[in-house]
Design a binder for this molecule. Structure first.
Ligand SMILES: C[S@@+](CC[C@H](N)C(=O)[O-])C[C@H]1O[C@@H](n2cnc3c(N)ncnc32)[C@H](O)[C@@H]1O
Length: 393
């Protein structure tokens, strides 16, 4: 990850940039003893993000914070370069030039989870691939079917970046890439809209089944978002996962499914190639939706109501609050150097698909940073609890 190591300096230097509205928007000073400060960055290239300044005696380390990190590392590099120049930092070491020469990311096809709130798809036909990995199958499908929009969702950031480079190199125009948890995306998609969902070689997670992509909840969402006749295609080499999926696929009543052993596809993914070399059986389970589903209801708007009294924040529990089906956990708190507000780390939502955000408050108003949570029923319940704990109602 791009970073700068600089000679220790007075971080108050950034306040001038903040006042002039140049690149930085606020400086967060930890409320509890912690050697990290946060710097709000607005570069005009996308959603705002945070840089963290880790103070060590010999050098300060400046890098992007994990919760708000943009996919395009070029943005982080440009911000760090500008920051060092404008604040006159003495750079001891940096890794800002190392990846030069790599093809650029096709940024226009990189989507954020919020783009799926009321999505306008540029094609009538839409398909989804979950966990595309190296992207062989996704890119092949997109090339074969230019009339279909292929949405690829992948939780592993370097894989998403690699596929965005390939989209640029291959000049494709019908792929959207989302670097997020597929299980949350499923809850966002409109009903009766997708032609197909591909889940090829998901991680079996035999020891942590709650991390599996396929579950009763996932299949129920698939049933809702697929149009009648649309299919969910699962391929796996794991006997265990196959048996598990067989049971999950048999629960919905408004769908039928088919099992095939060692069906070949015209494109062989990286994982499939490995299993074939090992002569493993490959199972394909195809789940076909038979009926229309009701339209998706928006579970809430995620605004905070009322004025925030900052004194309430000091009383927030440091341990996770666990309720039936969701949790809320408050992390580090930072106050803005100019006294106008602050920012609090907060994780919440479902146990198997938590959201990680900041709560930013300024002049009595609170909002999520860098953007609002995904509008799911579970997140809406967690949000109401956060509202209660921070605003007392
Ligand atoms: C075993 S790899 C298979 C990759 C690819 N489908 C193939 O056949 O080569 C599983 C992929 O799923 C991704 N993944 C796991 N859980 C996910 C989730 N909840 N949402 C999105 N992607 C996920 C992993 O990062 C990984 O790239």
């Amino acid at each position: 990850m791009p970073h700068l190591k600089v000679r220790p300096f007075e971080t108050g230097k950034f306040d001038e940039l903040i006042e002039r509205g140049e690149l930085c928007t606020f400086r967060g000073i930890p409320v509890e003893e912690a050697p990290v400060e946060l710097l709000g960055i607005e570069d005009g290239e996308g959603a705002p993000f945070l840089l963290e300044i880790k103070k060590r005696e010999e050098a300060y380390l400046i890098r992007c914070d994990k919760i708000t990190r943009p996919l395009d590392v070029g943005r982080i590099k440009r911000a760090l370069t500008k920051l060092a120049k404008r604040a006159g930092l003495e750079v001891l070491h940096s890794n800002l030039q190392h990846s030069e020469g790599k093809p650029p990311l096709a940024n226009e096809f990189e989507k954020g989870i919020r783009d799926f709130e009321n999505p306008e798809f540029p094609r009538e036909k839409v398909a989804l691939e979950v966990g595309f990995g190296s992207g062989r199958h996704l890119l092949w499908q997109a090339k074969e079917h230019p009339d279909t929009l292929f949405i690829g969702v992948e939780i592993h950031t370097p894989s998403a970046q690699q596929v965005l480079r390939q989209i640029h190199l291959q000049g494709l125009e019908n792929v959207w890439v989302l670097n997020y948890d597929a299980r949350l995306l499923m809850e966002m998609l409109p009903s009766n809209r997708l032609e197909a969902i591909y889940v090829h070689f998901p991680v079996p997670w035999d020891k942590k089944p709650h991390r599996r992509v396929i579950s009763d909840a996932f299949v129920a969402e698939a049933e809702r978002v697929l149009r009648p006749g649309g299919v969910l295609e699962l391929r796996t080499d794991s006997e265990n996962y196959y048996r598990y999926a067989l049971e999950v696929f048999s629960h919905p009543v408004k769908a039928e499914f088919l099992v095939e052993k060692n069906r070949e596809l015209p494109v062989v993914s990286k994982y499939e190639a490995r299993w074939r070399r090992m002569e493993k059986n490959i199972y394909t389970l195809t789940f076909r939706v038979l009926e229309e589903s009701p339209t998706r209801e928006n579970p809430g708007d995620f605004h905070f109501e009322g004025t925030l009294e900052e004194s309430r924040l000091a009383a927030l529990p440091s341990r996770a609050v666990v309720e039936d089906g969701y949790f809320v956990h408050f992390g580090h708190r930072y106050r803005f150097a100019d006294g106008s507000g602050g920012i609090v780390e907060c994780s919440f939502g479902g146990f198997d698909r938590p959201e990680h955000k900041y709560l930013l408050y300024k002049e009595g108003r609170m909002d999520y940073f860098p953007d609002r949570p995904v509008a799911t029923v579970t997140n809406a319940r967690a949000h109401r609890r956060i509202q209660e704990m921070t605003h007392g109602r």
